[in-house]
Ligand binder design. Sequence first.
Ligand code: DCP
Ligand code: MG
Ligand code: MG
Length: 539
Amino acid sequence: MTPTSSPHNRSRPRVVAALDLDCFYASVAIRSRPHLKHKPVVIVQKHLCVTSNYVARQLSHGAVQKMTPVSKALSICPDLVLIDGSDLTPFRSANQEVMLVIREWLAARVDAVRRKLSVDWFDCPCQKLGFDEVFIDMSRLIECEIAVGGRPWTFAAHLFGRTNDDMVRRTLMVASQLVDELRNKIVQKTQLTLSAGISESKLLAKLAVNMHKPNDQTVFLPEEAPQYIAMLAPRKLPGFGHATEKKLQDWVAKHPAMGNVATACDVINTFGGSEKSRSVLASIIGSNEFAHKILALCRGEDTSPVVESGDAFKSMTSMDSFRKCCTMDDVRAHIRQRATDLVTRLRKDWETHRRRPNTLSVGYRLGRNGFQGTTRLTTMPAEITSLCSSKGTNVRDSAIDALQRAVLHLLSENAGISASQQFDLTWIAIGATNFDDSRICKNKLASTITSFAHKQNSIRKDCLIGKTSKCGQQRAIMKRPRQAKQLRCPICNRQLTGNLLMINSHVDHCLNRGSGDDMPKKARTAFDTRRVDSFFSKT
Ligand code: DCP
Ligand code: MG
Ligand code: MG
């Protein structure tokens, strides 16, 4: 078992709990409509049932699983209750309720053991993953609970795997008892059920959480985890996404003699044998660091820490997709809806967290370009942040107006959306990120990309000045190359050294190397959110 890096006790086993709420959107919706408790219910966004309750998943005449198209779901179960899930506000609030219970419960437990053992206060880091998942590092708490003593020698969980190590067994046993208490507390306080996985790493805890769902928990005893993981399809491993799977499958289809990628073991055999094959993997997926991570996951190794993420969201985005949006009136109406939603959330966030976003992101997709969207990052206009942190309804409307103007301007500059052009907008996402008082901003990678985005932006501004004033442009460009910078490319993750212009052109090259070649030139130089997002989710 992996020891933690505590200076006090280097041999203390690591304990990670992964919690995942059961049929989250459906549970939240049913909580406020108790008469639906025993009926089959789905939550609908556009034409998709994004989740279904467990009554719908266990129908004797055919299950309605999550992510089923509405038409198919209704053909399986004509009595299905459809609830619109396009407003995410109730789910966001429920997430905050649950986090509050977790924080309070952890604080109470830490306080109890701290007093008994006369040790200093310590935190149990919590890392949120989306709306309905959280990892908790319970290592120190369990160590103290064991030191206090008095807990029974039984597991309060299903068991998976095996171990001969008594220390590991005892540690996970006590963890299962505590997580059981925590889950009961959450149900009692929020009426939302959840499942849990408990093990020595985030990887194993996450694999365990789905083993006995709903409303139950599993301990993954880690001794034979590598053998178990070796037989899994790599896509089952958290962090191994669809895009990576596709790249590897395409590569082996072209090079059948080199191996295959059907299981984690196959991935190791194909790419893990030598430095040369590892660099082939790195070139397929575009990053050395990620190649190492993939190979480690396939071997069942995960030492990544539970990183405290704070309870505030690191970014806020309001998005919508549409079948047809070809007129400026339609564009304005869609932007207004998104801007109203985002401003309302930013104002609420200011009341709770007293923080302001520094970056505005605008994502768009033109035509039926698959799932390929383009996102431009720019500095959040000061007018908007100051209006979002002031009181009054008029102020709110002014903030919405200002945001609408900023987004329209960006779309006209980058996507050619204006009254004089023909366009077919099919998706829009307006987001606020890089909050000035957020703990998340300390995340090194997040700050790298954000500072990169700022610099990219300021260089563009310089270049724009250059269009009207040649001297100004020359001054800006002459000045910048003197600053040798060290930044990481957000696409290929390579460490880059040089001036900002060189770094920018490297990132543009990386962006264009993908599927961006058929995009308009301006769109090509923009950030592509999908790639940036998947980059973050894998680091
Ligand atoms: N969700 C979504 N779109 C997706 C995936 C999920 O809107 N592509 C939403 C709906 C889910 C919630 O996120 O309720 C949490 O996702 P989960 O995968 O955890 O699914 P559930 O919580 O609904 O079900 P489970 O009991 O399997 O965890
Ligand atoms: Mg869930
Ligand atoms: Mg989930």
